[in-house]
Design a protein around this ligand. Structure first.
Ligand code: FES
Ligand code: FES
Length: 198
């Protein structure tokens, strides 16, 4: 996983108890909340914006469960301060399925190939895969394995995850859709529930 440049923090902080208005665009929607300067992005998403599809596991950058997209690049939200993202664009797992709940091709791949069991790690895997496929739309198996190596799954096994990403790569190449954008429903032809894991 590449580490996205979160840029300089532009807000002025005068004390540890101050709350700062953080304004970002999440899944295409302007969102804001007044938060303490040290609020992590993972907590900002889950507790302030109530987007609980972003999961928190290790809380120190190892497991990948908290992965979201920042301007299309996967980042660890548990290692990122929300205050540093003023004006930036984020994509979370809630932003991938289409308006009718038809799954994004990466989500569909995980469902079709049993790429999840408990589902705790799944939002992070899915968003890592979206960012990876935007960079490398026609990856080899080894390249997929390498791209998923920053995400840990404790219960599924990785063969299904590899197959899921491989299928999604083919579907996305065929449709020409942006892997990091909300699914528009014309590519996969499936109809199923959304992947908002809580
Ligand atoms: S919770 Fe962020 S990497 Fe594990
Ligand atoms: S599906 Fe359970 S940890 Fe990955």
């Amino acid at each position: 996983m590449s580490i996205a440049d979160t840029g300089p923090t532009t807000a002025t902080v005068t004390g540890p108890h101050e709350r700062v208005e953080v304004r970002v665009t999440v899944n295409g929607v302007p969102r804001s909340a007044a938060v303490p300067p040290r609020r992590l992005l993972s907590d900002f998403l889950r507790h302030d914006l109530e987007l609980t599809g972003t999961h928190v596991g290790c809380e120190h950058g190892v497991c990948g469960a908290c992965t979201v997209l920042l301007d299309g690049q996967p980042i660890r939200s548990c290692l990122t301060f929300a205050i540093g993202l003023q004006g930036r664009e984020l994509t979370t797992i809630e932003g991938l399925a289409d308006e009718d709940g038809e799954l994004h091709p990466v989500q569909q791949g995980f469902q079709d190939h049993h790429g999840l069991q408990c589902g705790f790690c799944t939002p992070g895997f899915v968003l890592s895969a979206c960012g990876f496929l935007a960079e490398d739309p026609d990856p080899s198996d080894d390249e997929i394995r390498d791209s998923m190596s920053g995400n840990l799954c404790r219960c599924t096994g990785y063969a299904g995850i590899l197959a899921a990403v491989k299928q999604a790569a083919g579907v996305l190449r065929e449709s020409g859709a942006d892997p990091c954008a909300r699914h528009r429903g014309e590519a996969a032809g499936h109809s199923d529930e959304a992947g908002d894991d809580r």
